[in-house]
Design a protein around this ligand. Structure first.
Ligand SMILES: [Zn+2]
Length: 493
């Protein structure tokens, strides 16, 4: 019992001494081991702070304006900031405000958003920052609606497209021909961050935000002329001026319209299945007739075109048709061939001196391909460049290409990066025709050719996205050598 009592003071003194050591330990700043957070920016130490959380809260309090600007709840440290917890027994500790000011001077703070990465087939990447994830889908939908009828797109998505009984078209597929990934990230507020779908749509369509070219309508202007004079296709004009629904809409003098050039960032592909009734052209058959004089002709039967139902697969990239493929042809009505009687009767008494020639077909234009065919691209401006001819497809690789008029072949060649295998014919009265992207050229330079004569075969050579023939017609000189392109379809009207 006595023994136990004598221990008590010893225990108490031990407790006291522990307390004294403890206090001493805490009050000695220089030698004590402390838990601090070291703040690094791009690998360089900015200083140490007591609490990571306090710094984050401080940033949030100070950056009210950024929160308002982007409508977000939280502002984060800049990219490149590293905060490491460590134990140290020396060095000064900075206040949150001191570190905050150091950071602020060097780099912009970040917000949480999404980075859309768009990579094309050649590996080229475009990055777009957006605030909310669904913004991208909404803008893509708007871009799509600029190129394809929105009702048709909705029917495709809801699987409510009407079946084709006779003729019509169906969307078979819609996709973006690029690899698109969306990742949540901390985005620096000194970068462009899209917050609304209208601005993002504009960016996706024009490839930039500062293309706001405008035009004031003058007397006599039509949508077609304003578009053409400003290097725009009519469809493009309607895309940049959605208040107009058709090229037949009237413009009023003094009205301001947009003539901004489209340069889409996305490649939106729409694959369509189309069934269309087309003319099946009649042929002209000549029959000799001894009751008519030489040099005279007479139509015995007028030609009447028939009807053929043509099924085709067409791929549109941003609304532009690519070379089409014809998958089926069904004759609905056979054409009635034109029969022309050709005189063989000689003039009496030698009155005929030899100058009489059969009715000539020169000056008449023939079609350069077999039928049926599909014109997938017309003579028009596209992305600010003139498509100086028409693209004809659907006839198949290796099908014949015909001279459109009598003439002399002035040049043939192969230009792999552009026209591919081509031929140019001089028609003698200032008109020239050029045939591009052929699989082979049969006509030789200097050769005289007749309208309808095979000069080559249809192919996919040069800068081409599928089997097609590009036909160009020039006046006043050879193509690329002073001639001016005209709309080839105008000579057939
Ligand atoms: Zn072309």
């Amino acid at each position: 019992m006595n023994k136990l009592k004598s221990y008590i003071p010893v225990v108490i003194s031990l407790i006291i001494s522990f307390l004294i050591i403890g206090v001493g330990y805490n009050s000695n700043n220089d030698d004590a081991v402390k838990e601090v957070y070291k703040v690094y920016l791009d690998g360089k130490l900015l200083g140490a702070i007591k609490s990571k959380e306090d710094l984050e809260n401080h940033i949030n309090r100070e950056q009210k304006d950024l929160k308002e600007e982007y409508g977000v709840k939280k502002i984060y440290v800049p990219n490149g900031i590293d905060i490491e917890k460590c134990l140290t027994h020396k060095g000064t500790i900075l206040t949150e405000d001191q570190i905050y000011n150091k950071i602020k001077k060097k780099k912009s703070f970040t917000i949480k958003g999404y980075v859309v990465s768009i990579v094309d087939s050649e590996g080229k990447e475009i990055k777009i920052n957006i605030l909310k994830k669904d913004l991208f889908d909404k803008a893509v939908k708007k871009v799509l609606n600029a190129f394809v009828d929105s009702k048709q797109v909705n029917d495709y998505k809801n699987d409510t497209q009407a079946k084709i009984e006779t003729t019509g078209s169906l969307i078979e597929n819609i996709y973006i021909d690029q690899t698109v990934t969306i990742k949540e990230s901390y985005i620096s507020t000194d970068e462009l961050i899209f917050q609304d779908e209208t601005t993002l749509t504009k960016y996706l369509l024009f490839g930039s935000l500062d293309k706001d070219q405008e035009y004031v309508v003058k007397p006599g202007d039509t949508i077609e002329t304003v578009a053409f004079n400003n290097s725009l296709g009519v469809e493009e004009f309607l895309i940049v001026n959605p208040e107009f629904t058709s090229s037949n809409n009237l413009l009023s003098v003094g009205q301001t319209v947009s003539v901004a050039l489209i340069d889409p960032i996305l490649n939106i592909v729409v694959e369509k299945h189309i069934v269309e009734d087309m003319d099946k052209q009649f042929e002209t058959i000549e029959k000799e007739d001894s009751s008519l004089y030489v040099g005279t002709t007479k139509t015995e039967t007028e030609g009447v075109n028939g009807v053929q139902r043509v099924t085709q697969k067409v791929k549109y990239v941003n609304g532009e048709a690519q070379p089409a493929i014809i998958t089926n042809v069904e004759v609905i009505k056979e054409p009635i061939n034109k029969v022309v009687l050709k005189g063989t009767k000689s003039y009496i008494g030698g009155a005929y001196i030899g100058g009489g020639v059969p009715a000539t077909t020169s000056g008449m234009w023939g079609w350069p391909t077999i039928s049926p065919y599909i014109i997938t691209s017309e003579f028009k401006y596209r992305w600010g460049k003139l498509h100086a001819g028409i693209d004809i497809s659907g006839c198949g690789y290796g099908s014949p290409v015909y001279a459109v008029r009598d003439g002399v072949v002035v040049r043939t060649g192969n230009n792999p990066g552009a026209d591919g295998i081509y031929a140019i014919i001089d028609h003698g009265d200032g008109y020239y025709s050029i045939y591009m992207h052929m699989a082979s050229v049969i006509a030789r330079s200097g050769q005289t050719v007749k309208r309808g004569q095979v000069i080559g075969t249809m192919g996919n050579s040069g800068r081409s996205t599928g089997t097609h023939l590009h036909l160009g017609i020039y006046v006043g000189g050879e193509p690329y050598r002073g001639g001016s392109p005209i709309n080839p379809l105008s000579v057939y009207r």
